[in-house]
Design a protein around this ligand. Structure first.
Ligand code: M6R
Length: 612
């Protein structure tokens, strides 16, 4: 939450700062601001609302500056107003600070600083840091990095901070604790940002920063120290995707582009995972055969859409690998004394790799002795870095706040883990693994087939735009799909939407059905346990009470009671969610478009949730 960018180089700073903020706007879009490194006094502009408000304000003559910092905000402390927008300044207007995260002890800091004569002009936790740094910089003879090192020892909470001072405007100092910050190394220019996307147009060389590392950039130099001022050897890496991946590529919205990228994302995530001798290749797991056989339990930790991927993993891993699987909302996990030890494999699923709830749950599990595997889409983010092992999904950058391609690749990744565990534990033979893997490999072209129905699906959706509430029904793996369909609709269309297990209807939710209520039902694949027939009965039950029923069903399966049928290609039951989710994404997308909502940046949300 909150996007941060810093620039110091030879060109005018305004372009890299605004371009960077545009790329980071997915992280928060309540307000935006910049401070330009102009001598004697900083030039600062900030505005409530989206980045475009700030850009409009900046039209016209700007002072010449070759350095600066920029911020796009997701409000925590203090409403989304001009005065609470970042940067925040010291009383001389010479030092500016931007911040992502929360300073937990800001009330006490503010009281102390006010007592010492500082006057505050915002309601934020961040402003305390500006005043604190101002004092400490004087104490350290104008050394901003030394001031930052001491300031950090006085702060509690999670933060990425960038600071600039008018007396040395080409020097920008940053620090991170439990919040992301990466450095971009250019030629005669250097960058800092929450995410490499901010500077991908300028350089592909990046440095990851560790906890409590303080970094200083000037046009010529990047220096990193720990809090004691001891130099840290930079860990440089190459960014493997290019700027076009972070552009809309002809689509009206990132979300629609990302929906259409799903066949490739799934194929890329499967690439190289089956050896010619039909062994699942998963060297990343870094567990010996003995360790895998000794595992007593798997615990999946995730939030939101990633949690739904975790729910699906339970069905697959328990069936294939015959090992008990628990799925936990990461935000709840550590508050109930979970029973985990060294015989537990914890799998933390996160697109961003920065979700604070998941990170804290992971740390709790690690402290209890569990081995941690991250399933993540973002290279070198915090969750993989703090895990024992990482399996990267290959969805490419996901910019839209609503997760689409990341979800499908998360499901694929956890299914690959399931097959691997089944094979290593000797539960499944190579032929069976190969057969299932081949079915998974056929999914990209089946998703393509679903995508061919996008336009009729959009038309169908528009017919339901006046509804106030939509219910989703699923059974078995269709249940997490129902939950995911409802989550997408809530976050994009701002409609009441709920997902239910079909069998639960009669235990309460059926009371929600009124004449005309849309119900989207996912018909299970095959006749296992007669679940398809049970769902058909559920459809009749809601229809009898006036619901308008849309059914998602495999090709060729007879469906009764539906007003509309959305056909998807047939695939084994466990893989059906990969196909059945796609029409639900399109439904939510089109509903948001029809209602005039901001599809890529829905209200109140942010892509990367870095606060608890
Ligand atoms: O980055 P993560 O996968 O850890 O994010 C978890 C959730 O915040 C995320 O999936 C959220 O629910 C999505 N916006 C849903 O579309």
């Amino acid at each position: 939450m909150c996007g941060i960018v810093g620039y110091s180089g030879g060109q005018s700073a305004i372009a890299p700062l605004l371009e960077g903020l545009r790329r980071l706007e997915y992280r928060g879009y309540d307000s935006a601001g910049i401070a330009l490194g102009t001598a004697s006094k900083l030039f600062v502009e900030k505005r409530a609302g989206k980045l475009s408000n700030l850009e409009a304000e900046l039209k016209g003559s700007l002072p010449s500056a070759h350095s600066g910092i920029g911020h796009t905000r997701w409000a925590t402390h203090g409403g989304p107003t001009d005065k609470n927008a970042h940067p925040h300044l010291d009383n001389e207007g010479k030092l500016a600070v931007i911040h992502n995260g929360i300073i937990e002890n800001y009330t006490q800091l503010r009281a102390e600083l006010e007592h010492r004569g500082h006057s505050f002009s915002s309601d934020t936790d961040t402003e305390s840091v500006a005043h604190l740094l101002s004092e400490l910089r004087k104490k350290h003879g104008g050394d901003l990095a030394a001031a930052m090192r001491e300031a950090v020892t006085l702060l509690r909470g999670s933060f990425t901070l960038l600071a600039i001072h008018a007396d040395a405007p080409q020097t920008i100092v940053g620090v991170r604790r439990n919040s992301p910050l990466v450095v971009g190394i250019g030629k005669g220019e250097n960058f800092m940002a929450s995410d490499v996307a901010a500077f991908i147009d300028y350089t592909k060389r990046a440095i990851e920063l560790g906890q409590d590392e303080v970094v200083t950039i000037t046009p010529e130099k990047v220096s990193i120290t720990d809090l004691n001022g001891i130099a840290v050897v930079p860990k440089e890496y190459e960014i493997t995707w290019d700027a076009s991946a972070a552009e809309k590529g002809g689509f009206n919205h990132f979300m629609l582009k990302e929906i259409f990228e799903q066949p490739k994302a799934v194929a890329d995530t499967l690439l190289g995972r089956l050896s010619p001798s039909n062994q699942i290749v998963l060297d990343e797991l870094r567990l010996s055969t003995e360790e895998i056989k000794a595992l007593k339990k798997i615990v999946l930790l995730a939030c939101g859409t990633a949690y739904h991927a975790g729910m699906l993993a339970k069905y697959a891993i328990e069936k294939w690998a015959k090992i008990s699987v628990e799925v936990e909302l990461a935000s709840e996990f550590r508050y109930r004394d979970p029973l985990i030890d060294s015989s537990t494999l914890v799998i933390a699923i996160s697109q961003s790799g920065e979700t604070m709830d998941t990170l804290m749950a992971l740390r709790h599990a690690k402290a209890a002795g569990a081995r941690i595997l991250a399933v993540c889409n973002t290279n070198s983010s915090t969750i993989p870095r703090e895990s024992d092992a990482v399996l990267y999904t290959h969805a490419g950058p996901e910019i839209a706040v609503a997760s689409t391609k990341a979800f499908l690749t998360q499901v694929i990744a956890v299914y690959v883990i399931g097959l691997y565990l089944a094979q290593v534990r000797g539960i499944m033979g190579n032929d069976q693994v190969k057969e299932l893997f081949n079915e998974m490999s056929a999914l990209p072209s089946k998703i393509e087939q679903v995508l061919e129905t996008v336009e009729p699906l959009r038309k169908l959706t528009r017919g339901f735009a006046q509804s106030t509430s939509v219910l989703f029904l699923g059974r078995h793996v269709g249940f997490p799909v129902a939950l995911e369909g409802a989550l997408k609709l809530k976050e994009l269309a701002y409609m009441h939407a709920e997902g239910f297990a079909g069998g639960e209807l009669k235990h309460g939710p059926i009371a929600l059905i009124e004449p005309g209520t849309p119900v989207i039902a996912i018909l299970p694949t095959g006749h296992d346990h007669g679940l398809d027939e049970k769902m058909l009965s559920n459809i009749q039950e809601v229809k009898a009470r006036g619901a308008r029923v849309i059914v998602i069903a495999d090709e060729g399966v007879e469906v009764t009671g539906a007003e509309h049928i959305i056909r998807i290609p047939t695939t084994p039951a466990l893989f059906q969610p990969i196909l059945a989710t796609v029409p639900l994404q399109v439904f939510a997308y089109e509903m948001a478009v029809t209602r005039g909502n901001d599809v890529d940046q829905p209200r109140n949300l942010a892509k990367s949730v870095t606060v608890e």
